[in-house]
Design a protein around this ligand. Sequence first.
Ligand code: TRP
Ligand code: SF4
Length: 436
Amino acid sequence: MEVINPWASHQFKDYARLRDEFGIEEFKFDLPDAPRLFRRGIIFGHRDFQLIYDRIKRNEDFAVLTGLMPSGRMHFGHKMTIDQVVYYQNHGGDVHIAVADIEAYASRGISLDKARKIALEEYVPSYLALGISPERAEVYFQSKRREVKDLAWQLGKKININEFLKIYGFGNEANMSHIFSPLIQVGDILHVQLDRFGGRRPTVVPVGVDQDPHLRLTRDLVDRWRMFSVVKQGDKIGVFYRGKNEERVIPEIKAVLEDFGLKMEENIPYKALYLSGFEDEKEMLMRINEKLIEYEKRENPFGFFAPSATYHRLITGLTGEKMSSSVPDSAIFLTDSPKEARRKVMRAITGGGATLEEHRKYGGKPEKCSVYEFFAYHLIDDDKYLKEIYDSCKKGDRTCGTCKKEAAGIVEEWMKEFQEKREQAKDMVKDIVRED
Ligand code: TRP
Ligand code: SF4
């Protein structure tokens, strides 16, 4: 099996294959007021999103957790994550954003002071200007949050080096801080379920698909630390207890699950309880699990909900390669001047024909065009109009010159407005940043 290296800059081409290979499910939820990243298949996959979908539908609380490495300038690739966070915040999620300063130190040698400066001056004002409200939201530093670091070393006890190396392809030269950093990310993802941060609840982690190894690790660890497993068994649901004192525990959980009004059969020597007589099995699995997590809290400090995750495609850079801070022309940075942004768009690699003549004759390839991608991901909200661009490019009616001018115009305007908001947002940085 292939390993995804979250620290290498690679481009993924075949998202359907990635899904199959890693057991990521296709994202097909019909969200209320779905923003364009959801409507257009840019968020192409998920794990366990049903949990979040239900909470949104039922207006119940859930946590949103993501993190960014403060390692350079913030660009439109990073904006995708924040756009999703804004959506969740507006639909009932409480927001936690990690400044991944430990990871930046461990993997890139960026000092904590430098990371802090980059976070406060470069990233956080942009989060706010993109629409994150300081209410029910926080930005915190990995290095300063004790619970994150504690969970990292505590939960790591249940994975050995062999299993770890199957997930991450660390080479012999990798330093130990870097090797430890995925566990810090596990701490990030799970610590919001501790009481101080809102207690046990489903958590959605919106990320680029390169982060999936961290989610697999987290979800595995969660499962290993649980007191119960809840699985379907034919037309029944089996709850299996993994601890001691089953004579006490099994009747206790039977009482806890009584409210559902299902038929229950216990098998104490097998440490099992079987439930039957439900209609919607998936729904029931979720409900039972919720109840058990609440129950086991008394005895198990690490009985968490497995995090849900959504995966977005990584945006192609304007140079045709990955969008990356280290290739300045590949990315439009949120603090580029509007003129600079315009210039970069005008120079972008498109999917147009080699000559105008060919383009007219054979049409262009919008699906391989960084300008079209920019329209779809960031610039054009009107689905019908986007489709028109797509079709007329395919037919060769629309030329790349037209597209670029249009994109440049929209970007320039957008940047002006955004940067004004960003200036104003600087005063609010202190309202969202937590120091512990
Ligand atoms: N590893 C992420 C990156 O490379 C940053 C990150 C740290 C993160 N903690 C997280 C992402 C928790 C999602 C959830 O940018
Ligand atoms: Fe891209 Fe537009 Fe050119 Fe088509 S016409 S390839 S969408 S820039």
